[in-house]
Design a protein around this ligand. Structure first.
Ligand code: NAD
Ligand code: ZN
Length: 246
């Protein structure tokens, strides 16, 4: 079946995406050709974005974070927009994302499980006060400081930190009930997120990724193209008849 036929045959699609979903919005991924792994830093991104590094060298963490992890002006691309459209048409039940950029919500998606948190939520580690990402970006201190003196930390899951239980169980539940799982723009190397794929029991597993992934052999359809270009070619027709998603 083609991707169009699979989508026309589905009404509980779950889209499981990674950094490659946002490269067409101008945000670099980690492991793709233009990814951060191929740029020169004193430490690999995985080290800088780890909990122990954050605790030991917060100034260096925020230097990298402010420079690379705050794409506040980025706009959703054709992939984000098509997914919002599929949800509104009753064909897609959830987006599960490893991204922290908030672009799915910006495009209008409503049910989004953000496995690794979001740059749009930030809190003081001492008093819990909420801050905008613009505050993190613009605060003149090398490490952004709350009025109380505590450090303002993004609600982003760093390496060595655990995922939020409610987010994970929501994502697992959606994937278990999905008739189609579209996995896109992810190298499937970051665990436990990548393991969610194995909860899928539905009919159609589709993989859209420019590079090969460890799950290619499992998929009914593997498309090695840009996810925004692929999805922009999809026609969305509303589900006819009774809504059986309940
Ligand atoms: P990754 O960098 O490991 O892999 C990205 C994959 O996407 C690569 O295999 C690449 O070939 C593919 N790709 C790139 N552009 C594509 C496109 N337009 N169409 C199809 N495929 C494309 O990303 P990952 O698996 O998500 O793991 C990286 C981790 O870093 C995640 O945990 C994520 O939270 C974080 N991250 C997030 C962002 C973001 O929020 N936008 C950006 C960078 C990294
Ligand atoms: Zn505070």
């Amino acid at each position: 079946m083609t991707l169009q036929q699979i989508i026309d045959d589905s009404r509980r699609i779950v889209f499981f995406g990674g950094a490659g979903v946002s490269t067409e919005s101008g945000i670099p991924d980690f492991r793709g050709v233009d990814g951060l792994y191929h740029q020169k830093y004193d430490f690999p991104p995985e080290t800088i974005l780890s909990h122990s590094f954050f605790m030991k060298r917060p100034e260096e963490f925020y230097r990298f974070y402010r420079e690379k992890m705050l794409p506040l002006e980025a706009e959703p691309n054709a992939a984000h927009r098509k997914l919002a459209e599929l949800e509104a048409a009753g064909r897609l039940s959830a987006v599960v994302t490893q991204n922290i950029d908030g672009l799915h919500q910006k495009a209008g998606s409503r049910r989004v499980y953000e496995l690794h948190g979001s740059i749009w939520r930030n809190r003081c580690m001492r008093c819990g006060r909420a801050y905008t990402p613009e505050f993190i970006r613009d605060d003149p201190h090398p490490v952004p400081k709350c009025a109380c003196g505590g450090i303002v930390k993004p609600d982003v899951v760093l390496y060595e930190e655990g995922l939020d239980d409610d987010v994970v169980s929501g994502a697992v539940h959606a994937i278990r009930r999905a008739d189609t799982l579209i996995v896109a723009g992810t190298s499937l190397t970051v665990y436990p997120a990548a393991g969610l794929l194995y909860d899928f029991r539905g009919r159609h597993l589709v993989l859209i990724n420019q590079d090969a992934t460890p799950a290619d052999d499992m998929a009914e359809l593997v498309i090695r193209e840009k996810v925004g270009e692929v999805l922009s070619g999809i026609r969305v027709t509303p589900v006819e008849g009774e809504d059986d998603r309940a």
